[in-house]
Design a protein around this ligand. Structure first.
Ligand SMILES: [Zn+2]
Length: 204
């Protein structure tokens, strides 16, 4: 369910719609010739159209999560760390971008190592709130993998805060943390936070 739906909108139509918006917002009609002659500006609506297609693809298929039986009874935390992600905030249509740490304690199933990144990317490709994004990823993972528990920490810089409004720059971010099952227990949570801290110190 791609949202906002660019489905059925041809690239050429998207480009002309964006061209129209661009002209309305930023240019007087008298500027048009100058704009079209400027090598830096003339293809900008086209670039913007392609950029929005990238943020909100016209079709999305849910990634195959490739689960495997935990035949070896692995019974410790598995962490996928420093996972980069980028999405677009619903409130301002500005990007927010950062890193995620995903930890889980498997039960009967383990998941292919790259699949968490694919799951995150899937939910990033729609207008989002970081809080909702974190919960969607967690809920889907738990539904598919049925672990003993899982935890997701996401930290992002929001361009709507960094570059406008309160203008926090790139030092200030937002962190969300959602946990499930055994990760609500203090002991497991403490180990999880330690692993995250260690992963941030690793140089490889
Ligand atoms: Zn925002």
């Amino acid at each position: 369910m791609p949202f906002p739906s660019l489905k059925g909108i041809k690239m050429s139509n998207l480009k002309s719609k964006i061209e129209e918006c661009f002209r309305c917002l930023f240019l007087a009609e008298s500027d048009e010739k100058q704009w079209k002659d400027d090598p830096n500006l003339k293809d900008t609506p086209d670039r913007i159209a392609r950029m929005w297609r990238e943020f909100f693809p016209s079709t999305r298929s849910f990634p195959a999560l490739n689960c495997f039986p935990n035949d070896f009874d692995y019974d410790e935390i598995i962490m996928l760390d420093n996972i980069p992600f980028t999405s677009v905030c619903s409130h301002h249509f500005q990007n927010f971008s950062g890193k995620a740490w995903f930890l889980y304690l498997p039960d009967k199933t383990v998941i292919g190592a790259s699949k968490v990144k694919r799951l995150i990317d899937y939910y990033c490709k729609e207008p989002q709130l970081q809080e909702r994004l974190s919960m969607q990823i967690m809920n889907k993972f738990v539904e598919e993998v049925e672990p003993q528990g899982a935890m997701l920490v996401m930290r992002a810089v929001h361009m709507c805060m960094a570059c406008r409004g309160v203008e926090t720059g790139f030092g200030a971010g937002m962190t969300t943390s959602v946990s499930n099952g055994v990760f609500r227990q203090l002991e497991v949570r403490t180990e999880a936070l330690n692993l995250i801290r260690i992963s941030q110190e690793m140089k490889i």
